[in-house]
Ligand binder design. Structure first.
Ligand code: HEC
Ligand code: HEC
Length: 448
C-alpha cells in the first residue's frame, strides 16, 4: 500500500486530538482567584520552612507530622540555589505506578520515614499487594518435514512463560520551584498552540519523506486541563500540587488531600485536618511568589560571545523544539510542557504494559488518557545551571550527561550535539550556564 493515506489518517486523528485539547484549553484560562497579600506570603513562608512535629502546635488538634512522611519541611527538599530550589539525590522520593493491561490502576509513594517504626513502608509491601503474574501457555507448532520424509509432518510442543510485573518504581528528584507562579498562569491555549505549530512542522517534513527530526510529544490532560506540574505534568494547578505535597511529603491532611494510611498506599479518609483552608492558601501564596530564574551573562566579551553563540546553536540543533524559548508571554522558560520518551525504545518490553516498536509510536502520539511510565515532561531550563543533578531521577550529574541522555524521541538533537566541534559544544554548555536561580536579596520576600 502507498504510505500517504496511512500517514494522513494518523495526522487526522492527531489533529482532532489537538482541537479537543485546545477547546478544553479555554477552561484553563480561569485565573487564580486567591488574594495574594504580603502578609499571606510571609505567613506562607513560615509554613514552608516550618519543621513539622507530631501533634504540631500549628495543626490545631490534627496529628501533625506523618504517620508516614518523606521530610519534616518543604524547605528540606527545596533549597538548592536559594529557598524554593531543587535538591540532591539524597532527598529523592520513591514513587510507584501500577500498570495492568496498559491501564494505570494506582500510583503512590513509598515514604522514607514513619512516626512509628511499625508503620515504616517498604517497596516489598507494594510488590506484595500487586504481585507478578505468571502466564503459561502451550504452543504447538506443526511443520511438514518435506525434505527428509515427504508427506510426513512433525509437531513440536513449547511452553511459553510470560512474567508480568505490574509495579514500576521511580526515584524522583525534587525540581526547583522558582517562577512556578508564572507557570500557574500559563494557559492551555498557549501550550496547545505550540503543539499545533510543531505538529505542522513535523507533518511537513514527514510528507517529504524526512523522518530524521525530533518526534512529537503528548500533553497530560488532568480534569480537562493541561497538566503543568510534576515530572509527568500530573497536576494542572499549583494549589492542587501544594495540597498534595503537604499530604504526601509531610503527612498534613488538608481540604484537598488527606494524608496516607501507612503501608496501605491510599488516602486515609478518617484523618483529622492538620491545616486550615487559610494555611493552605498562605502556603500557595508563598510558593506562587518565589521569584523566577534569571539569565546572568558573563561580564567579559569573550564569555558573552560564547554564550550567545551557544544560544544560537541551541536553536539550530532543535533543542527549542521542546525547550521553547518563550511560551504564553513567559520569556526564557525553555519548555513546551509536553511529555516525551527519551530512553531508547525497547523492541519488546514485557514489564508494565510493554509495547513493540510500531506500537510505541502509536501510543506516544495518540494515548492522551495517561502517559506511559517512560514519558516525562520537558522541564523548563530556566535556572538549570543551579539545579543539578538532572532528569526525573537525578541520574544525570552534569549538563553534558543530561544532553547525551536524550535518546528516543529527542535523538535527533543529541546526535547533532555529538557532531558539533568541541568549541561549539562548550558554547552550548556556556549558554546553559547563564540560566541561573534568582539572585535572592533581603527584599526577595515580603516581611511580616
Ligand atoms: C522529600 C522531598 C520533598 C518535600 C519534603 C517536598 N517536596 Fe515538593 N517536590 C519533590 C519532588 C520529588 C517533586 C517532583 C514530584 C513529581 O513530579 O511527582 C516535587 C515537586 C513539587 C512541585 C511541582 C513543581 C513543578 O514545577 O513541577 C511543587 C509546587 C512542590 N513540590 C511544592 C512543595 C511544597 C509546598 C512542599 C511542602 C508542603 C514540598 N514540595 C515538599 C520533593 C519534595
Ligand atoms: C523531544 C523533546 C526534547 C528535545 C528536542 C530536547 N529535550 Fe531536553 N529534555 C526533554 C525532556 C522530556 C527532558 C526530561 C527527561 C526526563 O526527566 O526523563 C529533558 C531534559 C533536559 C535537561 C535536564 C533538565 C533538568 O532539569 O533535569 C537538559 C539540560 C536538557 N534537556 C537540555 C537539552 C538540550 C541542550 C537539547 C538540545 C541538544 C535538548 N534538551 C533537546 C525534552 C527534549
Amino acid at each position: 500500500m502507498h504510505p500517504v493515506p496511512r500517514v494522513f489518517r494518523r495526522y487526522l486523528v492527531f489533529a482532532a486530538a489537538i482541537v479537543f485539547v485546545a477547546v478544553c484549553g479555554l477552561e484553563g484560562l480561569k485565573a487564580w482567584n486567591g488574594r495574594v497579600t504580603p502578609e499571606k506570603v510571609a505567613a506562607g513562608k513560615i509554613l514552608f520552612e516550618h519543621q513539622w512535629r507530631i501533634a504540631d502546635s500549628l495543626c490545631g488538634g490534627g496529628d501533625g507530622l506523618g504517620p508516614v512522611f518523606n521530610a519534616r519541611s518543604c524547605a528540606a527538599c527545596h533549597f538548592q540555589g536559594g529557598l524554593g530550589g531543587s535538591s540532591g539525590n539524597e532527598f529523592n522520593v520513591t514513587s510507584f505506578e501500577v500498570i495492568s493491561e496498559g491501564e494505570r490502576i494506582q500510583a503512590g509513594v513509598v515514604h522514607a520515614s514513619a512516626t512509628s517504626p511499625r508503620e515504616q513502608e517498604r517497596k516489598s509491601q507494594v510488590t506484595a499487594i500487586f504481585p507478578k503474574t505468571v502466564r503459561r501457555s502451550i504452543i504447538q507448532n506443526t511443520s511438514t518435514m518435506s525434505d527428509c520424509a515427504p508427506g510426513r509432518s512433525q509437531s513440536t510442543i513449547r511452553e511459553s512463560i510470560e512474567i508480568d510485573d505490574p509495579v514500576i518504581f521511580q526515584e524522583l528528584n525534587s525540581p526547583a520551584l522558582f517562577g512556578v507562579g508564572l507557570i500557574d498562569e500559563l494557559s492551555n491555549l498557549s501550550i496547545s498552540l505550540h503543539g499545533q505549530k510543531r505538529f505542522a512542522n513535523v507533518m511537513a517534513s514527514e510528507l517529504t519523506g524526512d523522518l530524521s527530526g525530533n518526534r512529537l510529544g503528548i500533553v497530560n490532560t488532568v480534569n480537562r486541563n493541561i497538566g503543568k506540574f510534576g515530572w509527568k505534568g500530573q497536576f494542572s494547578t499549583l494549589e492542587e500540587f501544594v495540597a498534595s505535597a503537604c499530604a504526601m511529603e509531610i503527612g498534613l491532611t488538608n481540604q484537598l488531600h488527606a494524608q496516607q494510611k501507612p503501608k496501605q498506599y491510599e488516602a486515609d479518609p478518617n484523618a483529622a485536618m492538620d491545616m486550615t483552608r487559610e494555611q493552605l492558601h498562605d502556603l500557595v501564596c508563598f510558593v506562587r511568589s518565589i521569584p523566577r530564574p534569571v539569565q546572568i551573562l558573563p561580564k567579559e566579551p569573550v564569555g558573552q560571545f560564547r554564550a550567545e553563540r551557544g544560544e544560537a546553536i541551541f536553536g539550530q540543533i532543535g533543542c527549542t523544539d521542546c525547550h521553547v524559548e518563550s511560551l504564553g508571554g513567559i520569556e526564557q522558560i525553555y519548555s513546551d510542557f509536553h511529555l516525551y520518551n527519551l530512553e531508547p525504545i525497547q523492541p519488546s518490553v514485557s514489564q508494565g504494559g510493554g509495547y513493540s516498536d510500531g506500537e510505541a509510536e502509536k501510543q506516544f502520539e495518540f494515548d492522551r488518557s495517561h502517559p506511559h511510565p517512560d514519558q516525562w515532561q520537558t522541564p523548563p531550563l530556566w535556572g538549570v545551571a543551579d539545579s543539578a543533578p538532572y532528569f526525573h531521577d537525578g541520574q544525570s550529574p552534569t549538563l553534558r550527561s543530561a544532553i547525551l541522555r536524550h535518546q528516543g524521541q529527542a535523538k535527533s538533537s543529541s546526535k547533532q550535539f555529538s557532531k558539533l566541534s568541541t568549541y561549539d559544544q562548550a558554547c552550548l554548555l556556556a549558554f546553559l550556564k547563564t540560566l541561573r536561580a534568582p539572585q535572592f536579596s533581603a527584599k526577595s520576600f515580603p516581611q511580616p
